[in-house]
Design a protein around this ligand. Structure first.
Ligand code: SAH
Length: 256
């Protein structure tokens, strides 16, 4: 069986300082993680990244550089975003410990991602909306923001604890991790296509009645992400939308 941590992507979004990328790679390697993904870093590759990686150059060398978040999340079925403060995005909150356990459990079934934001501004609301939950390291409320690589270290440590906990559990019980489910979970890209379809269908059935659709779409996103849909369920939901669109066309006097 492949190691579930191979499925665990640490995704740094829009990193400004190459030193932080190197320090993050080092933080990951010390905790047994290796799948680093970079989205539009400002300076990379850069000698400063290698200096601060201090021997974790293999993690840096293997790190794909993506032009956008979509490409970094391709194939992922579970995504969490770290944030130093509460945002105006209605997302469930997780502690680092809960997040590490949930990520590891989900990584047994396919690729998952943990997102880290920009040094100056963190993750944008649009990026957080791609996440199933947001993860906050409980810090001093008056001084809540850690250095990016320090935040990667804390979460990598929690992931390490979760791995060790699982390994001890397996050793004690003599049983391996739960078997792979019959139906694969929906990937982030399948979910995005579903949300686009839902948005379109809601317009066609005139659900919003002239009101702005953003709030409803945010709530619906949260609902569907919480449900942990599998690929087949997404197909069924899209089938329902297609039927609703067909009926709306008939009601408008068009042809089925
Ligand atoms: N001024 C930014 C700070 C970003 S710190 C803001 O207010 O969002 C850079 C990144 O480090 C964050 O995007 C997040 O990924 C991580 N980080 C820093 N402090 C954190 C904390 N207390 N909990 C979770 N992640 C944190």
């Amino acid at each position: 069986m492949t190691n579930p941590t191979d499925n665990l992507r640490i995704v740094l979004v829009g990193t400004q300082h190459p030193g932080n990328i190197g320090s993050a790679a080092r933080a990951m390697k010390t905790m047994g993680l290796s799948a680093l993904h970079l989205v539009a870093p400002e300076r990379f590759p850069d000698p400063e990244a290698n200096t601060l990686a201090a021997g974790a150059d293999d993690v840096l060398a293997a790190a794909p550089v993506h032009a956008d978040l979509d490409s970094a999340l391709a194939g992922c079925h579970f995504v969490l975003g770290t944030s130093a403060r509460r945002r105006h995005v209605p997302l469930p909150d997780m502690s680092p410990r809960e997040a590490a356990r949930a990520l590891l459990e989900a990584a047994g079934r396919g690729p998952v991602a943990l997102l880290f934001g920009r040094e100056r501004t963190g993750l944008e609301n649009e990026e957080l909306q791609r996440c199933h939950a947001s993860v906050g390291i409980p810090t001093n409320p008056g001084f809540s923001s850690l250095n990016l690589a320090a935040a990667v270290q804390v979460l990598s440590y929690e992931l390490r604890l979760a791995v060790l906990e699982t390994a001890v559990g397996e050793l004690a019980s003599g049983r391996p991790m739960p078997p792979v489910e019959a139906e694969p979970p929906a990937t982030a890209d399948e979910l995005e296509r579903y949300f686009a379809h839902l948005d379109q269908a809601l317009h066609e059935i005139d659900f919003h009645k002239g009101k702005p659709p953003e709030m409803v779409m945010q709530r619906l996103r949260r609902l569907y992400l919480r449900a942990g849909l599998d690929a087949r369920e997404v197909k069924i939901l899209r089938g329902i939308l297609a039927e609703a669109q067909r009926m709306a066309r008939i009601a408008r006097g068009g042809r089925a």
